[in-house]
Design a protein around this ligand. Structure first.
Ligand code: SAM
Length: 269
């Protein structure tokens, strides 16, 4: 990896961390659907800065375990730091491609993902790979973004008029932040990958978060806003954020799909 790529990834990791209050609201949604039990072994896909992995590791307790995987090294270091700070030591972080690689520690009781499974470049192959790492009777729970129009304060939506690639699922329907917004996509991908009892539940919430968790100027460069359009983009962002201000914070509309599926139990003769 070049120094430039590394610093870009580090910048992403830091920006992701600043937005933690938003992810924490969604961790609750994920954990409610996952309902981790004590002693379970869970695979967390697209571990990012570790919010979901740390919550799952706390829930399964010291005799359970979480294996949290991500392709990007700087975010995994951030996740490890989050786990240390939370005093959680039953989580292992691995740098791998969950879409195709073998994942040490299988079979798992469950696979979970907070905003990680929309980025598979070969979704059916990836959901098949995940199925192969879960035991019979095991489960899948993922939180994925809903429609961009229902997520007006995400940078992908805010910056789309100024950086057409910001909302890049629109360009390539297969993968990207909003790839699983159409309910039928998750049903089709997981169904073809032979997961069963697939359900997609749309959920909307409005957590009040600090303004810096919604947007900061570093996102302009990251999402590719041209320098000559920076001021225009910032004005647009400020106006949109102001429309959602609530007390000291911002009431942030969020829309996600909670995708759940199962692997049938083995039938004994
Ligand atoms: C939006 S972040 C997830 C945030 C995270 N779940 C949390 O709790 O903070 C999405 C992550 O998915 C990872 N990712 C995307 N495709 C992946 C793949 N095929 N295998 C592993 N990780 C992947 C990205 O590197 C990125 O860190």
């Amino acid at each position: 990896m070049t120094a430039e790529e590394l610093s870009r990834e580090e910048a992403w990791a830091r920006a992701w961390d600043r937005r933690s209050p938003v992810w924490e609201a969604l961790v609750e949604v994920l954990m409610t659907a996952l309902a981790p039990a004590k002693d379970e072994r869970i695979l967390d896909v697209g571990a990012g800065a570790g919010h979901a992995a740390v919550a799952a590791a706390s829930a399964v307790g010291p005799s359970g375990e979480v294996v949290a995987v991500d392709m990007v090294e700087p975010v995994l270091r951030m996740a490890e730091r989050r786990a240390r700070e939370a005093g959680v030591d039953n989580v292992r972080f691995l740098q791998i491609d969950a879409g195709s690689d073998e994942i040490l520690g299988a079979p798992f009781d469950a696979v979970c993902s907070l905003l990680g499974v929309m980025f598979f470049t070969n979704p059916v192959g990836a959901f098949t790979n995940l199925r192969n790492h879960v035991r019979p009777g095991g489960r899948f729970v993922a939180v994925a973004w809903g429609d961009p129009a229902e997520n007006p304060l995400l940078p992908e939506t805010l910056l789309a008029p100024f950086a057409p690639d910001a909302n890049w699922t629109a360009v390539d329907g297969v993968y990207g932040p909003f790839a699983l917004a159409p309910r039928g996509r998750a049903l089709a991908y997981l169904g073809t990958a032979e997961w069963k009892a697939i359900e997609v539940e749309p959920i909307r919430l409005n957590p009040v978060v600090p303004e810096e968790a919604v947007f900061d100027e570093a996102l302009l460069d990251m999402y590719g806003v041209e320098p000559r359009r920076r001021e225009e983009a910032l004005e647009h962002v400020r106006a949109e954020v102001a429309r959602h201000r609530s007390g000291d914070g911002v009431e942030m509309p969020l829309s996600v799909n909670v995708v759940t599926a199962k692997i049938p139990e083995l039938i004994q003769d």
